[in-house]
Design a protein around this ligand. Structure first.
Ligand code: PPS
Length: 568
């Protein structure tokens, strides 16, 4: 017999086909809520029983009890609140007892919920209780305090249509499907490994040992819902896992993807992960160093101790009814040419380790990654995803007064890049953009910001796909320049270049005669004359064209690109 799910019964909240069709027909006039990416993850695991015994988003009493005591009101252990947060506007439009339609982003009906409770939670209290902190460098604190809806709705769910996935469908399983597979394969003991990172030899070693120690089969169960902001995208990770699977003995191990939205809640999250794996039919769960850790707080200290998660798990081991397989950090011992737990390394031995940060650095600069660290096939996938800087896209964002020289320098830089070859370049000059993208816009603050955000969007797409975008608008407002930077930096290079030729010089040049018209009041809201320009505080470069030629200015930009590593 397989391990019982949490609370004794594996839930399946989906209606039968006929019932679902009926529910869908009735739902047309019900208030509709579009689920956020995070809520879509939660609802998938609620509906398919991954979160058994929950039958919907938590009501107020269960929520309060989970936050304070890690338990549902019936006493069952449940460490993480699963809540439906909505906007004030939507909350005001519904009442307890109403049935609402929950839809995905395309409007497809996923489930319906009868509202049992509607309340305004104390989010700070939730942060303290669940996460042990209100420091918003913690990504979940940030989400709760700064981004989530102010009102929670709780109630039972009726599943109509499972959230749809078009990727990796052959390795996505519900708890029922997973359990059936284990039964079919004759896997009685299964140890689960949770991860949100690419796996290297250290992890493989650790999972191997865990499976061997427990005399169990292994389920690699990586999270592909939402993980820590900044993590490697899951498409890349899953390709890595797939390559890695070839290095496990056949018949012993399998890979399945878990659409979980992580909270980075450390110890409490570890318990939750264990419960979910139990629902998937696993008997053992691996917890290593700093499980589901959110990184460092605003004072540079760890939010949770490295082995707090293991300790809390041990405390609740019996109730959890899934065995902990604790692990210390694994390091490579040079003299032994083997991996070992860090506390088993002798003083005279040399331990080697490549951190995540160091890995990213080496990928960025196309430096060697030794075989002891990872498998060549895995490294190849990572290199494909992180091409060296010479192949990565970037944006040059020139900003400055009209007549400062930004368009001319931008043009010169583009021409030189074309001459060098090997790069695809798009020039998004102020005038070009105003003609093709923003022809209906004027020069109010609102319109200028809209113009810059459009430029930013186009530049981000170009950068993402490995091209070079050269932008040269005035872009007088810090806020919209920051928006553009934040949009592009995660996708490739971003260089803000302040062409800080003084206003007097620009006005004296007055190449288009605009300054004269602005002084005469013919042109209103003219930047520098009758409209503000907020100076960049930390641009990557400043160029004053008062005393240098365009050629010299363009050279400065190229030398900067060379220095940063973007030119081959
Ligand atoms: S912004 O603020 O970034 O949206 O401006 P941008 O798209 O770069 O457009 C600036 C060009 O429009 C012409 N122009 C004006 N500029 C500033 N203020 C006012 N009121 C204005 N009216 C027209 C001007 O030619 C700018 O071009 P450049 O190349 O900068 O001289």
């Amino acid at each position: 017999a397989q391990k019982e799910p949490h609370g004794g019964e594996l839930k399946n909240l989906y209606l039968s086909e006929e019932e679902a069709a009926e529910e869908k027909a009735q739902s047309k006039d019900w208030p509709s809520w579009d689920l956020t990416p995070r809520q879509l993850c939660d609802i998938e695991l609620l509906l398919n029983g991954g979160f058994s015994p929950l039958e919907g988003f938590l009501g107020k009493a269960d929520y309060d009890s989970v936050v304070a005591d890690m338990r549902l009101t019936d006493g069952l252990l449940w460490p993480i609140p699963i809540t439906l947060d909505v906007s004030q506007h939507f909350a005001d439009s519904v009442s307890e007892g109403d049935v609402i339609a929950l839809r995905d982003r395309e409007g497809v009906l996923v489930a319906t919920m009868t509202i049992a409770d509607k309340w305004t939670p104390d989010k700070r209290k939730e942060c303290e209780g669940v996460l042990g902190t209100t420091d918003d460098t913690h990504p979940e604190v940030d989400r709760l305090l700064n981004h989530s809806g102010p009102v929670y709705l709780g109630g039972r769910l009726k599943g109509v249509q499972a959230p749809r996935h078009f990727d990796f469908t052959h390795i996505r399983h519900s708890p029922r499907e997973m359990r059936d597979l284990f039964a079919k394969w004759g896997w009685r003991k299964v140890v689960a490994f949770q991860t949100r990172n690419p796996l290297h030899r250290a992890h493989q070693e650790l999972t191997f040992r865990a499976a061997r120690e427990a005399e169990a089969n292994l389920l690699l169960h990586p999270v592909v819902g939402l993980t820590k902001p900044g993590d490697i995208d899951y498409f890349t990770r899953v390709r890595c896992y797939d390559r890695l699977m070839q290095h496990y003995p056949e018949q012993t191990s399998t890979l399945s993807l878990l659409p979980l939205a992580m909270r980075m809640a450390g110890p409490r999250e570890a318990l939750w992960h264990g419960i979910i794996r139990k629902n998937y039919g696993c008997t053992h769960f691996i917890i290593g160093r700093d499980h589901a850790g959110p990184g460092k707080d605003s004072k540079g200290e760890d939010f949770y101790g490295p082995y707090d998660a293991q300790d809390l798990f041990v405390e609740h081991q019996e109730e959890l009814d899934i065995s902990l397989v604790p692990f210390k950090q694994m390091v490579y011992v040079q003299e032994r040419a083997q991996y070992a737990p860090v506390d088993e390394v002798e003083d005279h031995e040399t331990q080697l380790n490549i951190s995540g940060t160091e890995l990213r650095r080496r990928l960025k600069h196309n430096l060697e990654l030794p075989e002891w660290f990872s498998f060549p096939e895995v490294v190849a996938v990572l290199r494909e995803r992180h091409p060296p800087l010479t192949e990565q896209g970037f944006t040059l964002f020139f900003t400055g007064f009209s007549g400062s020289g930004k368009s001319t320098i931008a043009n010169a830089v583009m021409t030189k890049l074309m001459e060098m070859g090997g790069r695809r370049v798009t020039l998004l000059d102020g005038d070009v953009v105003r003609k093709n993208l923003s022809s209906e816009l004027g020069f109010s603050k609102e319109h200028r910001n809209l113009n810059i955000e459009r430029i930013g969007f186009v530049a981000s797409e170009i950068t993402k796909n490995g091209g070079v975008a050269i932008c040269a608008p005035i872009a007088p407002y810090r806020g919209s320049r920051r928006v553009v930077r934040e949009l592009i930096e995660p996708l490739g290079g971003f260089l803000e270049i302040h062409v800080n030729t003084p206003l007097e010089v620009c006005e004296a040049r007055d190449r288009k005669g605009l300054y004269a018209k602005a002084r005469a009041g013919v042109i209103k809201e003219f930047t520098g004359i009758s409209d503000p320009y907020e100076e960049p505080e930390n641009p990557e470069m400043r160029i004053d064209t008062t005393d240098i030629t365009i050629d010299q200015a363009a050279q400065q930009v190229l030398l900067k690109l060379e220095k940063l590593g973007y030119l081959a």
